[in-house]
Design a protein around this ligand. Sequence first.
Ligand SMILES: C[S@@+](CC[C@H](N)C(=O)[O-])C[C@H]1O[C@@H](n2cnc3c(N)ncnc32)[C@H](O)[C@@H]1O
Length: 310
Amino acid sequence: MAALSEKDAAAYLDARPRYPIDWYKKIAERTQDHKFAWDVGTGNGQAAIGLVEHYENVVATDINEAQLKRAIKHSRISYHHTPKNMSEDEMVALIGGENSMDLIVAAQAVHFFDLTTFYNVAKRVLRKDGGLIAIWVYNDIIISPEIDPIMKSLVDSTLPFRTPIMNLAFDSYKTLPFPFESIGMGSEGEPVRLDIPHKLSLKGFIGFLKSWQPAMKAKEQGVELVDEDLITKFEEAWGDENQVKDVYYKAHMIVGKIPEMRSESDKVSEDSNKDNLLQTDVGRKQERRQPSDDENRQSKKQNTSEDEAC
Ligand SMILES: C[S@@+](CC[C@H](N)C(=O)[O-])C[C@H]1O[C@@H](n2cnc3c(N)ncnc32)[C@H](O)[C@@H]1O
C-alpha cells in the first residue's frame, strides 16, 4: 500500500471487512485433520486469527515485512517474512515441510502472487490426504440505492488504469488458474459467490476511496478519479454523516484439494470421454483455456509488487 497518513490508514482499516467466522468453520469441517494451517499473504493476520480457532498451529507469511510488524499476535500463530528471492525449497522448509498442511488460505491475496511458484509450493506442502486450499477475493461493495450507482461509475472509470493484478480481482477470479480438484465449493473458472456483511461509516468509506488502488494508479498517471466533487456527491448520497450503514462486500471463493493420482487406464478412459464432450457445447464450455506463454510471462512480471500489495 502506498504510504497513508495515520488517519487515512485507520479509516482504510475501518472500511476493510472481517471475513465471516462461519467461512473458517465450514472449510475446517472439510479438512481431515486440524494440526497445521498456512495463511499466505497474511497482511495484518486477520485470516490467521480466524484459522487459529480451528487449527492447532497457524503459519502466516507475507512478502512485506512492514505488514507483519502490524499483524495481530497470537501464541499459536507464527509469522514469517518470505522475501521475493526465497527459493521454493526454502519456502517449503519454512512453512513446515512436504505434505504437512491441513489447510492453505490466501485471503484477498493470490492475485498478487507469482502463481507458478505459489502453486508449486502449495502442492508440496499441502497434505495429499485430506488437505485443502482455499482462496477468496472481494471486489465490490453494496451500500445503498443512492450510493451504488455513483460507485459503479467510479469503478467503470478505473478501467483504463487497471493492472493485470487488479483485473484478476475485478474478474472475481473467474480467469485465475486454480490447478486443484473441486470439492464442491467453487472450481477453476467458477468461484462461489458469497457476501461479507460489514458496518461502514462515511469516514471509513471516504478513507477507503482515497487509498483505493485503482484510483491510486490513475493518480500516478495524473488523473484524479476521487476528487472533491465526487466526495461531495458521496457525502450527499450518504445522508446523515454520523450514520453507520450495514453494507456488504461481494466475495468469490474457490476451495480445492490435490488432484487424485489417476491410473493409466483411468486416463485413457477420461481422454476418450473428453473427446466425446468436445463434440458438444457442454464440452466446449468445459475445456479450460490454458494461458499462453506471453500471458505466463506477463503474469510473472506483474506479480509481487509490494507497493501495490494491499
Ligand atoms: C490485500 S492484502 C490481504 C491481506 C490479508 N490476507 C487480508 O485478507 O486481510 C494482500 C497481502 O498479500 C501480500 N503479498 C503480496 N505478494 C505476496 C507474495 N508473493 N508472497 C506473500 N505475500 C504477498 C501483501 O504484502 C499483502 O499483505
